[in-house]
Design a protein around this ligand. Structure first.
Ligand code: ATP
Length: 269
């Protein structure tokens, strides 16, 4: 379990990023932090592995304040996947994936075997292992990033807009792959996005943020849709424009589900 207790962050240059944030993230579930640019999502995410230290409050992992942990050890024990994969350009794919293992002293041959396993887990062809990152598509590079995040089998995986820079079709694939992996692995995932559809698809718990890391609403996607806390949330999730309002229409004796604008969305089972 990860817990934020009255966390605040003002950066050294005086920028107030987070005011007073408290939240519990249950183990083995995915929590998605979603909000507009600059609302403090990345800052909050990075507090978990001490890439950012809060200026007030505490972040706890299984009741231990991360401030008491050695930042380097902590970082190595937590998976981290970022938007542009962050791969080392002069190292082959398999060596990129093996980096977190090599850093904690796993011998080269074992690290390589485990890296190849991780690549298979995220659905990448073994033939790509010996290529360099620039020889891969954006979507493949993101898969490599996910493999690297998982290779050391961390309990916690931090994902900062990992699918933000790929086209919508590849993004769909990556999202489905993550759902499949999570069903198998049951990690505690903290996922940052500005895309509410992605948040509702991936999140067991969704946290909608306003500027300054202020929580507008926390809940399951169903809870948020059933009872949006206020107009900000209603608008953010698209309830104000009828985008999420589904209706049933009879067509040739079949019950078809249509959206607010009458476009066919599916068939009622
Ligand atoms: N190292 C830093 N020094 C000063 N200000 C910072 C620093 N990092 C972030 N900020 C500021 O803190 C605020 C929150 O930034 P943060 O990156 O957490 O937001 P975000 O919600 O992740 O945004 P985005 O979706 O654009 O990545 C912003 O105003 C940002 O400019």
């Amino acid at each position: 379990m990860i817990e934020y207790r009255n966390v605040g962050k003002t950066f050294a240059d005086g920028t107030p990023a987070v005011g007073d944030f408290s939240l519990v993230l249950p183990s083995h579930t995915t929590t998605v932090l979603v909000g507009s640019s600059g609302c403090g999502k990345t800052t909050l995410l990075r507090m978990v592995n001490r890439m950012v230290d809060p200026s007030a409050g505490q972040v706890l992992i299984d009741d231990v304040d991360v401030a008491t942990r050695n930042p380097v050890d902590l970082r190595r024990s937590i998976g981290y996947v970022m938007q542009h994969a962050g791969l080392l350009p002069h190292r082959r794919v398999v060596d990129n994936v093996a980096v977190p293992l090599r850093l904690v002293g796993v011998p080269r041959a074992e690290a390589r075997t485990r890296a190849l396993d991780a690549l298979e887990k995220v659905g990448l062809d073994a033939a790509l292992a010996e290529k360099y990152p620039r020889q891969l598509s954006g979507g493949q590079q993101q898969r490599v990033g996910v493999a690297r995040g998982l290779v050391a089998d961390p309990n916690i995986l931090l994902m900062d807009e990992p699918f933000g820079a790929v086209d919508p079709i590849v993004r769909d694939d990556l999202q489905q792959e993550l759902l499949r992996l999570q069903r198998e692995l049951g990690k505690t995932i903290v996922f940052v996005t500005h895309d509410i559809d992605e948040a509702f698809l991936l999140g067991d718990q969704v946290v909608i943020l306003r500027k300054g890391g202020e929580v507008a609403q926390v809940g399951t996607p169903a809870e948020i849709l059933a009872a949006p806390a206020d107009d900000f949330v209603r608008s953010f999730v698209g309830l104000d424009k009828g985008r999420r309002t589904l209706r049933i229409q009879e067509v040739d004796g079949q019950r078809i589900v249509v959206d607010g604008e009458g476009r066919a969305a599916g068939v009622l089972a």
